[in-house]
Design a protein around this ligand. Structure first.
Ligand code: SF4
Length: 230
């Protein structure tokens, strides 16, 4: 297993402003910071270009922020450089989502502190397979990935830290796996639980709606995919 590297240099795949399409903050304008690198290996992953951090794909920061199409190019940036860049872009959003890739592979405390000092609210989206290093007020969304080819296990400490647990489902078997996880790694009582149908498949959506109603959980429908925005 990889250990979390302690670094204030972050590999950035892209930074852009859009509407958050998933989970509790659905509909909220947000600045997304996508980090490069993820060893978890989910077969349905829609950001597979972020999996590898190849030296040959390293580019200048300007190239990453002007990116128009998804690519595996990334740039190395400090927290302060990112804050300056976000300010220079004139983004209006005050909600910042750190995603990936797997952002919990990195120590996000310096980045969180730099952004919070400027009045931004932070959210991280993680698979829960790496120890989470974030500021106390960061909103943590754990999207647990079970039995994935990378062989990483969901950590009980990540489940406990989660403000929100957003579980991807396609079939009944996934609900049973999730129930086992909730039993083995119980979240805080106040944690919000949501089901997210994988790839907008109709059967997955029907199942998620049914189980959410039965259990009074939330549905995370990936609004951005229906709206066809990033
Ligand atoms: S954890 Fe996220 S980024 Fe990594 S493979 Fe799975 S879906 Fe993709």
């Amino acid at each position: 297993m990889l250990e979390n590297p302690i670094s204030t240099l972050y590999p950035i795949n892209e930074i852009f402003q859009t509407i958050q399409g998933e989970g509790v903050f659905t509909g909220v304008p947000a600045i997304f910071i996508r980090l490069q690198g993820c060893p978890v290996g989910c077969p349905w992953c829609d950001t597979q270009h972020t999996w590898e951090q190849r030296e040959s794909d390293q580019v200048e920061a300007t190239e990453v922020v002007e990116k128009q199409q998804p690519s595996s190019n990334w740039a190395s940036m400090t927290a302060d450089e990112m804050v300056k860049l976000i300010e220079a872009k004139g983004y209006t959003a005050k909600h910042v989502v750190i995603t990936g890739g797997e952002p919990a592979m990195f120590n996000l405390i310096p980045l969180g502190q730099a952004l919070e000092q400027k009045g931004y609210q932070l959210q991280i989206e993680t698979s829960g397979t790496f120890a989470i290093q974030v500021t106390p007020s960061t909103w943590v969304t754990v999207s647990p990935k079970l039995d994935m080819p990378g062989g990483y296990l969901v950590r009980p400490d990540c489940m406990k830290r989660a403000n929100e647990i957003k579980y991807p489902v396609a079939m009944q078997k996934h609900i049973e796996q999730f129930d086992k996880l909730l039993k083995a790694c119980p979240p805080r009582a106040e944690a919000i639980i949501a089901l997210q149908p994988i790839s907008q498949r109709p059967r997955a959506t029907e199942l998620a709606i049914k189980v959410c109603i039965e259990r009074n959980w939330r549905l995370s429908a990936q609004l951005h995919k229906y709206l066809k925005i990033e």
